[in-house]
Design a protein around this ligand. Structure first.
Ligand SMILES: [Zn+2]
Length: 87
């Protein structure tokens, strides 16, 4: 059994969608990683065992409210990284 932070999956799913709204933000590997890290630091982790595929589907349906929060945190992280990129 492998534990996985489902929140990471959600953040990665939304990263590109949110990045599209920030054409000036650098999209190199370092900056993308920093954005994901910053956003995850502000979001509650959701651990699931990855061998139960159906858990993912259930969570994504019941966590819709949190997804709004995820998008907000990604947007904030993009602004922070844009101000002082580490690359
Ligand atoms: Zn960069």
């Amino acid at each position: 059994m492998e534990l996985k932070n489902y929140m990471e999956t959600i953040v990665l799913n939304y990263l590109d969608v949110v990045l599209e709204k920030y054409p000036n933000c650098c999209k190199c590997e370092q900056c993308r990683q920093d954005i994901v890290m910053l956003a995850l630091n502000h979001l509650p982790p959701k651990y699931v065992s990855s061998d139960k595929g159906n858990v993912f589907t259930k969570l994504s349906l019941t966590e819709l409210e949190k997804e709004v929060q995820v998008i907000e945190e990604i947007a904030k992280a993009i602004e922070v990284v844009s101000r002082s990129p580490r690359h």
